[in-house]
Design a protein around this ligand. Structure first.
Ligand SMILES: Nc1ncnc2c1ncn2[C@@H]1O[C@H](COP(=O)(O)OP(=O)(O)O)[C@@H](O)[C@H]1O
Ligand SMILES: CC(=O)OP(=O)(O)O
Ligand SMILES: [Mg+2]
Length: 396
């Protein structure tokens, strides 16, 4: 039986999976699922079998997994140790930026890889790690098919008004567009919703993917209509270390009056801002919730405020709202953030059930709430594994 390896490099984490293929169209079966978290700052590795047996659950030695490359070496090592008999027929990679040309997963050729490398400046926290993963996998599994699955692909058919900026047309033609990200996660959530509640899937849904990177997507019938992220993964909500929506006049000011160059501004906007910059403490929501200081509370307050603003804007773009879905590390695990987002939202038809929110239920709205509120753990790995399966064993 052939296997698929999945690699998903986020801005602060590396998720990996080993899946067994059952044949064309059959759901790939997870054998190993792992995550290396907080890369570079108290790195942790966790991995388990599909049955839940723990394969790893320990901090990685500092320096040993100080970056994504070190983390990847640990992941490949664990897979080789636990499943020495694995026959890796394909490696599926999350690639954050696909540019204007990719609305579906694609087999990686040297030409495609070179074109994707040119997009690195548009996603500096992700694309270099994604493509480093591709190169490492090419070296480790030279016989395997390498498949790129794009965060941007899910949004490629969104309406033109959400695809453009108010710049002269020539820039749109050159690819300066609103791409939107977290598409593998949104694709998964749309599919789960179709199974859980087809009437909601058919309707107007906002998905809040709140992780170290955070964005929101408005969908109708499971298709993206609008999303909070744009040209790069900087726009929209504030994130762990990214600023979110910013008046472009601020960038001009930094250049003209603070004498900052492009590299310095990129570092400020991608690595020093968001929750970290506002709190002066941490980019990590768990640490901010535990800290309870004034600046930590203010950083969380700004995060919540921007989610609520985006929610109103997306609901208007959708012409109303039938469901709100929370996912991502914060969306799935922080009852406090969910409660703050939903507070006083009766005007839009949302009523949170406080005890359901504190439990582990899927639906966390009250029975009387017109808008259903749900928590659905996302699974980018299975979306990548299915795409790799379809390129190795195309459905008949
Ligand atoms: N129990 C929890 N309570 C609050 N925040 C949490 C919890 N578990 C994880 N998080 C937050 O989720 C974020 C990481 O989300 P994740 O989706 O895993 O990251 P990435 O964007 O790198 O894929 C971090 O801010 C982390 O603090
Ligand atoms: C696009 C993005 O921000 O991804 P992540 O949440 O994995 O950092
Ligand atoms: Mg992520």
């Amino acid at each position: 039986m052939a296997d698929v390896l999945t690699l998903n490099a986020g801005s602060s984490s590396l998720k990996f999976g080993l899946f067994e293929l059952g044949g064309p169209g059959a759901e790939p079966a997870a054998r190993i699922l792992g995550e290396i978290d907080r890369i570079g700052n108290g790195t942790q590795m966790r991995a388990r079998t599909a049955e839940g047996a723990v394969l790893a659950d320990a901090p990685l030695p500092p320096g040993d997994a100080a970056d994504h490359a070190g983390a990847l070496a640990h992941a490949l090592d664990l897979i080789a140790r636990v499943r020495p008999d694995a026959r890796i027929a394909a490696v599926g990679h999350r690639v954050v930026h696909g540019g204007p040309d990719h609305a579906a997963p694609v087999r990686l050729t040297p030409e495609v890889l070179a074109a994707l490398a040119r997009l690195e400046p548009l996603a500096p926290l992700h694309q270099p790690h994604n493509l480093a993963g591709v190169r490492a996998a090419l070296a480790a599994f030279p016989q395997a098919v390498q498949v790129a699955c794009f965060d941007t692909a899910f949004h490629r058919h969104h309406p033109w008004v959400n695809d453009t900026f108010g710049l002269p047309r020539a820039y749109y033609d050159k690819g300066v567009r609103r791409y939107g990200f977290h598409g593998l996660s949104y694709d998964y959530i749309a599919g789960r919703l179709a199974g859980l509640a087809p009437h909601l899937h058919a309707g107007r849904v906002i998905v809040a993917h709140l992780g170290n990177g955070a964005s929101m997507c408005g969908m109708i019938g499971g298709r993206s209509i609008a999303s909070s992220m744009g040209f790069s993964a900087l726009d929209g909500l504030p994130m762990g270390t990214r600023c979110g929506q910013l008046d472009p006049g601020v960038v001009l000011y930094l250049m003209q009056h603070e004498g900052m160059g492009a590299a310095e501004i990129a570092d400020l906007l991608y690595r020093q801002s968001g929750l970290l910059g506002l709190s002066g403490l941490s980019h990590d929501m768990r640490e901010l919730e535990a800290a309870g200081t004034d600046t930590a509370r203010q950083a969380i307050g700004y995060f919540v405020f921007r989610i609520r603003r985006e929610l109103g804007g997306l609901a208007a773009a959708l012409g109303g709202l039938d469901a709100l879905v929370f996912c991502g590390g914060i969306g799935e695990h922080s009852a406090h953030i969910r409660q703050k987002v939903c507070e006083g939202m009766g005007w839009i038809g949302m009523e949170l059930d406080e005890s359901r929110n504190l439990g582990s239920e899927t639906v966390i709205s009250t029975d009387l709430s017109r808008v259903r509120i749900l928590v659905i753990p996302t699974d980018e790995e299975i979306v990548i594994a299915r795409a790799a399966r379809d390129l190795v064993t195309p459905p008949g």
